[in-house]
Design a protein around this ligand. Structure first.
Ligand SMILES: C[S@@+](CC[C@H](N)C(=O)[O-])C[C@H]1O[C@@H](n2cnc3c(N)ncnc32)[C@H](O)[C@@H]1O
Length: 268
């Protein structure tokens, strides 16, 4: 199969994997618990960063390789990049190190994560605006003007938001982008090994799960992602599955991973 075909194909499940998905349906998260997780999303992410501080996510050094749009364009003066759900800055600080011509705007739901971003030795308030906000709400418009962003990045963030709020989130981002502005998206893909590993008692709804720590995770098909982006008005420049392996020789881990990567443009 050509690489291109592979990146558009949904993973074909083995009998064992199909059985695992069936077992997940035998005991779902109760409606009461699912509502509580939504109400407590901010608290749960804040506790996550209290426990893990900067130790959980590794700096993302692959971003300029995978998203060529992040690289300097000669004709360009300063561009404004908005990193949504910036966590402790694993995406933005490697970009700053590369000295690209960005003014960085970043937000996260967790006040503690924002505090950690601001305590980083590379934090520079003269070219960065970092604040706490829930991107599903209108709060973000008190901090950023409409049509002011050149590039918005959603890196493993929409999966943490309840699907009922995907459209409001994407609508907010659409409004913040300039005409011709770009949304760069990377997140967990349908039937990623982490999805297949959930035991009974963790599934909330189709492709939506609760982790042990109360944070949630949605697994995207490229069809569904393309559909919701188009519904908002975005044009899709690319939208594919990315197959990678997570390797940790020390812990003898070598597992296949599936991500979704997409570039969407707000038309002129
Ligand atoms: C998996 S982390 C990814 C962090 C970062 N983008 C990165 O690539 O390292 C998901 C982040 O999304 C944030 N988040 C979850 N829901 C959010 C919301 N409604 N608004 C803003 N940020 C949110 C969480 O607090 C968390 O920091």
């Amino acid at each position: 199969m050509a690489d291109d075909d592979f990146s558009k194909q949904t993973k074909v499940l083995s009998d064992i994997e199909l059985e695992r998905l069936k077992i997940q349906d035998t005991r779902k998260v109760s409606e009461y618990k699912a509502n509580t997780l939504e109400i407590e999303a901010k608290k749960n992410w804040d506790l996550f960063y209290k426990r893990n501080e900067t130790r959980f996510f590794r700096d993302r050094h692959w971003t300029t390789r995978e998203f060529q749009d992040l690289l300097n364009r000669a004709e360009c003066t300063e561009r404004v990049l908005f990193e949504i759900g910036c966590g402790v800055g694993n995406f933005i600080y490697p970009l700053i190190e590369e000295k690209l011509n960005f003014r960085i705007v970043a937000c996260d739901l967790s006040p503690r994560a924002i505090e950690i971003v601001k305590n980083n030795s590379k934090y520079n308030p003269s070219c960065m605006h970092v604040f706490q906000a829930d991107i599903t709400t209108k709060h973000v418009f008190t901090q950023i003007e409409e049509s002011s962003i050149d590039i918005a990045t959603l890196i493993f963030v929409l999966s943490a938001i309840h699907p009922d709020k995907f459209l409001s989130t994407l609508k907010n981002i659409y409004k913040l982008l300039k005409p011709n502005g770009i949304l760069l998206f990377r997140d967990y893909g349908l039937y990623d090994m982490a999805q297949l590993r959930f035991k009974a008692g963790h599934k909330i709804a189709d492709n939506l799960y609760m982790r042990q720590d109360g944070t949630r995770c949605y697994y995207f098909s490229i069809e569904y992602l393309g559909h919701i982006l188009k519904e908002i008005g975005f044009e899709i420049a690319s939208n594919t599955y990315i197959h990678r392996r997570t390797i940790n020789k020390k812990e003898n881990i070598d597992v296949p991973r599936i991500f979704v990567q997409c570039k969407a443009i707000k038309p002129d």
